[in-house]
Design a protein around this ligand. Structure first.
Ligand SMILES: Cc1cc2nc3c(=O)[nH]c(=O)nc-3n(C[C@H](O)[C@H](O)[C@H](O)COP(=O)(O)O)c2cc1C
Length: 134
């Protein structure tokens, strides 16, 4: 199993309606594909964690890459995983404060370097904690 984290920019005409559509199809497809994760939306950006069987996660990410509702998608990290962090979520959603995106921007700035695994885990844990609260 793998965990994939990417971020992207929402298109300027993005709306709550569009977000609802994405969540609806994601929950349906992801539960069939054994994928769990979270979609963070805020400040005109997305950040998404997809976790599950390698082939299914990669296949789903390829579909997401082609989606015209967002642009400039960049993988921040892909790593093997033993345990899911979002095991109750076929796709959770967080409306993030711009502050949260500072963390993402930091990770993104370092994406060509060897990513500090602790920093990565910390950001994901913060998101996970946010999810549990909401
Ligand atoms: C930011 C973003 C996140 C998405 N996340 C998922 C996802 O987790 N799972 C999924 O199946 N589709 C996701 N989609 C939708 C896909 O791009 C695509 O529209 C959908 O998978 C097509 O489903 P279909 O092959 O059943 O028609 C996402 C789209 C966007 C813009």
């Amino acid at each position: 199993m793998i965990r994939l984290l990417y971020c992207s920019q929402a298109k300027s005409d993005f709306s709550e309606e569009v977000l609802k559509e994405i969540l609806l199809i994601s929950r349906k497809n992801n539960s069939a594909a054994g994928i769990t994760g979270v979609l963070v939306h805020g400040g005109g950006m997305f950040m998404q964690v997809l976790e599950g069987p390698e082939q299914n996660v990669l296949r789903t990410y390829m579909k997401i890459l082609d989606d015209k509702r967002h642009t400039d998608s960049r993988i921040i990290q892909i790593s093997p995983m033993k345990e899911r962090m979002f095991d109750n979520w076929t796709m959770g959603v967080i409306e993030a404060e711009p502050l949260t995106f500072e963390h993402v921007a930091k990770l993104r700035a370092h994406r060509l370097e060897t990513l500090n695994a602790d920093a990565f885990t910390q950001v994901i844990r913060e998101f996970n904690a946010l999810l549990i609260k909401t």
